[in-house]
Design a protein around this ligand. Structure first.
Ligand code: SF4
Ligand code: NI
Ligand code: NI
Length: 709
């Protein structure tokens, strides 16, 4: 009862503030002034998601706020009304925050992030669906002291949870040297109403991945309850506005744990529970949200978790550096027989870190031997690529590239914490065993820092790389019996199905045909199923009977047919976490591609975010398609539409990223080594008109292809 009254009070205050600020803004900028968040396809996401009104200008907000005032603020103290008050608070928060962005300003100063744009949401799609990030914690308020607060956040980070911070806890974290920021999947949103950016993030997950239509309020709430693993930890005193915001969280289906000793009449079992003991807050929150963690205890003196994957270690902060062209470096995963391995053995050949002076450079060879009854040689590459992630998860460890190009650093902090070379082995041992139990029975790791030994061993590695590349070249769509499905993203996009073939990587870029095959071996009933191709219906567009049949069932009977080799006719659907997206540019008779990394405008008149917003949620949208970056350099890149020759525009960054392969593929398909220079980019123009003269001058082959439309 009391909670309901507080929520009502708080919501009334919030709505009152929103109204006042809106009136002021209209006086100052006029009712016609545009209002929007930066880099999103969903305008004001909470309004878009819950009621679907099209908000373009300040004036558009007036009727929305009035409706909320009339419909959502009700006095009778029942839980239902408290939830409505919560909803009202969300609208108020969204409006107050959006007003801060009038005139394309950047209202937030570091470290505060404010609104999290769509590319961030999409970037974390795969780790959220595959459980690398098992949940999202919104931590608001002020901890009883900074140490306790920092410990709580660190605990969440080590569990791989995405963290959104609001209010004083941010300063407390910074005081205690907790790493925060986008790179650490720990977003310091800001203060007060900036908590709304956690909610509009969640709402966009429903719009972008779930394909929930605008304004489908009930459907959206259902999606939030069932698919968004978010919870709130509210620290410090609860005033009326905090309670109202809390009611907003409950309205969205996010349970709340508070460190305040609430009397029983103020708790709502399963939804709002007190836990004054800081060590028990996170476990309770996870329990309320039914988040189960795979606990792996790794005996190393640093924290290991996905929060540290994006951390960079500058040269000046490195104690020692390996590879990167300066010294020899390589990494290799090898399948070995049961007698050639001593499970759990870690060997360091050469100096340990104590013998490495500060700021030095050493060679490093990482050899991981694996025996497993269900291990296959084909999986070596799949597992080897995991080395990059596993090592990067270590706080104070940095890893880039792969094979004999790898480049690593250990930070001074990690060295001071007691990190040793052999600990690389501990991390790899633990992670390979816990993540791949079905194919990994025994693991042994050899770390080589000796200048002479490494030159010997690298030969073994290079020999393997060569054999592997030869095998990959032979893996074509024709040469295999089975394609694989991937429905991992169905936890967010319930009808989406990726068909992964040897020559078409999943649109997230993270699942190749071999990855899918390995994953199926690990979890036979899991998200990746082999589909025997069977009878081919259309070899040019790439349609197979069995694939269609599978698709029909797996898409919950929403899709009957799919073509793998075109984007014009019943193309593959998108979930939302695509690395890149393609769109037709009619006047050029070609196709453009843009990426999550490129935030600028493109010749189709849309940024990546806007474009991405038009396509997703497991729906076929001819003319648009989400893809993995590397699909562009595949021999099966939309052959039915003319293949690579169709590409007329892409961001410079993508061109550089794919340069060598683009040139190779262009030569292979008879377009010539200079084809890459015929592709326009943002330095040529970002409209169809401005790139057309360039394409004509360069005699871009797309101009002579059959008309696309
Ligand atoms: Fe999601 Fe497709 Fe990637 Fe699987 S392959 S994780 S379904 S995007
Ligand atoms: Ni790291
Ligand atoms: Ni996805």
């Amino acid at each position: 009862k009391q909670i309901c009254e507080l929520a009502y009070q708080g919501a009334s205050t919030a709505v009152g503030v929103a109204e006042k600020l809106l009136t002021e803004a209209i006086e100052k900028h006029g009712a016609e002034a545009p209002v929007k968040y930066p880099d999103t396809a969903y305008k004001l996401p909470i309004v878009t998601a819950l009621s679907g009104e099209e908000i373009l200008t300040l004036g558009d907000l007036v009727p929305v706020l009035n409706r909320i005032k009339t419909n959502n603020l009700k006095l009778e103290p029942v839980l239902e009304n408290a939830l409505l008050a919560g909803e009202a608070t969300l609208y108020a928060g969204e409006i107050i925050e959006a007003l801060r962005y009038i005139g394309d300003g950047k209202p937030d100063e570091a470290p505060y992030t404010g609104f999290l744009p769509d590319p961030i949401l999409r970037k974390f799609g795969v780790p959220l669906v595959d459980g690398t990030i098992p949940g999202v914690a919104v931590v608001t308020g002020k901890a009883k002291d900074s140490k306790a607060g920092a410990k709580l956040i660190k605990d969440l980070q080590s569990k791989g949870i995405m963290v959104m911070l609001v209010n004083d806890i941010i300063e407390q974290c910074i005081e205690e040297n907790i790493k925060v920021g986008v790179d650490y999947i720990t977003f310091p949103l800001g203060k007060f109403t900036q908590i709304i950016h956690a909610v509009n993030f969640a709402a966009r997950a429903g719009l972008a991945f779930g394909g929930i239509p605008k304004g489908a309020r009930e459907q959206m709430l259902d999606y939030q309850k069932r698919r968004v693993p978010a919870f709130v930890i509210a620290l410090g005193e609860l005033d009326a506005v905090t309670v109202a915001i809390g009611a907003g969280a409950l309205f969205m289906g996010f349970p709340i744990v508070t460190d305040q000793a609430l009397p029983p009449e103020l708790t709502i079992p399963g939804l709002l529970e007190p836990q004054p003991d800081y060590d028990k807050i996170v476990p309770l929150a996870l329990e309320l949200r039914d988040i189960k963690l795979k606990i792996v205890d790794i005996p190393v003196p640093i924290t290991v978790g996905p929060a540290f994957e994006g951390e960079t270690i500058r040269k000046a902060d490195a104690w020692v550096e390996f590879g990167g062209g300066r010294t020899t470096g390589f990494e290799l995963v090898r399948m070995v027989g049961p007698d050639d391995i001593e499970d759990g053995k870690i060997q360091v050949i050469g100096p340990e870190i104590d013998e490495m002076p500060e700021g030095s450079q050493f060679p490093l060879g990482i050899m991981v031997d694996i025996y497993g009854r269900k291990m296959q040689e084909d999986f070596e590459g799949v597992l080897e690529r995991r080395i990059h992630y596993f090592i990067n998860y270590g706080e104070g460890l940095w890893h880039v590239a792969q094979r004999d190009l790898c480049w690593l650093r250990i930070s001074k902090q990690a060295k001071e914490a007691g990190f040793k070379i052999r600990h690389f082995g501990e991390i790899l041992l633990a992670k390979f065993k816990s993540d791949y139990p079905a194919i990994v029975d025994r693991v042994q790791v050899t770390l080589i820092t000796d200048k002479e030994v490494i030159e010997e061993k690298i030969k073994i590695a290079r020999d393997k790389y060569q054999k592997r590349d030869a095998r990959l070249k032979g893996l074509t769509d024709e040469s295999v019996e089975n394609f694989y499905s991937c429905v991992l993203c169905q936890s967010f996009a319930p009808n989406h199905v990726c068909i992964v073939t040897p020559e078409r990587v999943g649109l997230c870029g993270a699942v190749s045909w071999l990855d899918a095959k390995a994953s199926n071996e690990i979890t036979p009933t899991g998200p990746n199923q082999p589909i025997p191709k069977g009878e081919c219906i259309d070899p040019v567009k790439g349609m197979w009977k069995n694939i269609n049949n599978y698709l029909y069932t797996a898409s919950n009977r929403t899709l009957e047919e799919v073509n793998l080799y075109t984007l014009m006719d019943r193309p593959m659907t998108s979930c939302g976490c695509f690395e890149a997206i393609m769109a037709v540019l009619p006047s050029t008779n070609g196709i453009m591609v843009t990426t999550r990394e490129y935030t600028g405008n493109t010749p189709c008149g849309m940024t990546f975010s806007t474009l991405a917003g038009t396509c997703g949620g497991g729906v076929q949208t001819p003319g648009f398609m989400g893809i993995g970056r590397r699909y562009l350099v595949s021999s099966k890149f939309i052959p039915a539409d003319g293949g690579l020759a169709r590409i007329v525009w892409m961001p410079k960054e993508l061109k550089e990223f794919l340069r060598d392969d683009l040139v190779e593929q262009a030569v292979k398909s008879g377009l010539g080594a200079d084809f890459i220079d015929k592709i326009a980019d943002e330095t040529i123009g970002i409209t169809e008109e401005s790139i057309l003269p360039f394409l004509e001058e360069k005699q871009h082959p797309a101009l002579k292809l059959e008309p696309l439309i």
